[in-house]
Design a protein around this ligand. Structure first.
Ligand code: UDP
Length: 449
């Protein structure tokens, strides 16, 4: 086949929620006959042993230990983009010089936050494609933040935080994806650079038309390059291994096997978010009082001020007995597809949101920052597949929410809609569906390069 000789260089952003979709896209393209080279930072490097079919090349990222441990994602992204520009170009130049004629690099696919890649690709005359690992709704919200900032409306006063944002479907000012990791200026630098698509040939989004149609239509109006909605990427090859940055504790699957059908709430706040002591206490007692079984991922360091679960009260552990199971990191895809899991308490990272929507199970959303707020609002108010918890919990709110999404009659509509959306996504992925067609078109585009 013509594409057998083509080699693609993929540049993931070194965070779990970005590595997963990039490697999933790589697995799909590999199955279509392309050879795949992953160029990655030393920081949070993916594990090559999970993907013997790919070639992995690390590049120096120049990140200092204090910067990495600060957890300031915005500053880390700015530093990566400054430091990797020349190391990536050097790496690419060497690869091009050494390449066999029948295995030429024909395209660079880079995460939108690894925008340093575009310059090197241009310089070497190699076409590039941007991968966006977030929803179209969030992209649109970020564009609106840029626009509102240019008109002097960002930062916004507290008095408008509950007002609707003009042109954005049901979002309030407080839902806008503004990062508080760094200064507003630094955050906007990252966003503006990642939105600059002029040097690329196309955009690939890990979303699907049936979820994001209205946002997509608005984006497409102003976008100079074609957009391919190929999500949910994790569904393309469910057998492909995950490149987890933390070790998965599979013992929770045995615990799930013992629980009744759709009785368990799975609780996870993803790979970055953390909570304070007060929120922990509310979650703890809400889960205990709901009387439903729960599987809770508590990542080491995700409870502020403690290494792991030291702050969980002893009475809580006694009260839950066998009803609750806590792990440091779960095999999430397997958990979400398990018959015992009936609902998901999520921070609404886009991967987790998509993974859950694809399994047709309702959500409790408790966003922490950035895009999570946009997704929580969409899950609860636009797609209506779950409930969003407020910033401050009223007594009994959590247990009522848990019971509503899992068992109570007033949650039935949410459960039915969640099942319908799962079916729509399945249709989009099967022959003739929108994701299926976009994937074919993407392969055709790359072959033409
Ligand atoms: N994940 C996992 N095990 C866990 C928690 C999360 O494998 O215990 C995976 C999850 O399946 C998802 C990713 O980590 O693919 C998190 O990405 P997301 O976009 O949801 O959130 P982020 O971590 O970027 O905030």
């Amino acid at each position: 086949m013509e594409m057998q000789g083509q080699r693609l260089v993929l540049v993931p952003c070194p965070y779990q929620g970005h590595i997963n979709p990039m490697l999933q896209l790589g697995t799909f393209l590999h199955s279509k006959g392309f050879s795949i080279t992953i160029v990655h930072t030393q920081f949070n490097s993916p594990s090559p042993s999970n993907h013997p079919e790919f070639t992995f090349i690390p590049i120096p990222d120049g990140l200092t230990v204090p910067l990495v441990s600060s957890g300031n994602i915005v500053a880390i992204l700015l530093a990566i983009n400054a430091n990797c520009k020349s190391s990536f170009e050097q790496c690419l130049t060497t690869q091009v010089m050494e390449q066999e004629p029948e295995k030429k690099i024909t395209c660079i696919i880079y995460d939108e936050f690894m925008y340093f890649s575009a310059a090197a690709a241009n310089h070497l005359n190699i076409p590039s494609i941007i991968l966006r690992t977030t929803s179209a709704a969030n992209f649109l919200a970020r564009s609106t933040v840029i626009e509102l900032h240019s008109k002097g409306h960002i930062p916004f006063p507290e008095s408008v935080s509950l007002d609707p944002v003009p042109q954005l479907h049901l979002l309030r000012f407080k839902d806008l994806p503004i990062s508080t990791f760094d200064t507003l200026e630094n955050f906007l630098r990252v966003v503006v650079n990642s939105h600059d698509v002029r040097r690329s040939s196309a955009i690939v989004c890990n979303t699907t038309v049936c979820l994001d149609q209205s946002s997509l239509a608005q984006i497409q109006e102003h976008c100079q390059v074609p957009i391919f909605c190929v999500g949910p990427l994790h569904k393309l090859n469910t057998a492909a291994p995950i490149s987890s940055l933390l070790e998965e504790d599979t013992s929770c699957i045995e615990w799930l096997d013992k629980q009744s059908h759709k009785s368990v709430i799975y609780v996870s706040l993803g790979s970055v978010a953390s909570i304070g002591e007060k929120e922990l206490a509310e979650m703890t007692w809400g889960l205990a009082n709901s009387k439903q079984p729960f599987l809770w991922v508590i990542r080491p360091g995700s409870i502020n001020g403690s290494d792991w679960i030291e702050l969980l009260p002893q009475e809580f552990r006694e009260a839950i007995g066998e009803r609750g199971f806590i792990v440091k990191w779960a095999p999430q895809r397997e958990v979400l597809a398990h018959g015992a899991v009936g609902a998901f308490w999520t921070h609404c990272g886009w991967n987790s949101t998509l993974e859950r929507i694809s399994e047709g199970v309702p959500m409790i959303c408790k966003p922490c920052f950035g895009d999570q707020k946009v997704h929580a609002r969409h899950v609860s108010e636009v797609w209506r597949l779950g409930i969003e918890l407020g910033d401050v919990f009223e007594r009994g709110e959590i247990e009522r929410a848990v019971r509503k999404v899992l068992v109570d009659n007033d949650g039935e509509e949410i459960r039915v809609r969640a099942k319908d959306m799962k079916e729509k996504i399945q249709v989009s992925m099967s022959s003739g569906g929108s994701t299926y067609n976009f994937l074919n078109k993407l392969v055709e585009l790359i072959i033409r390069f």
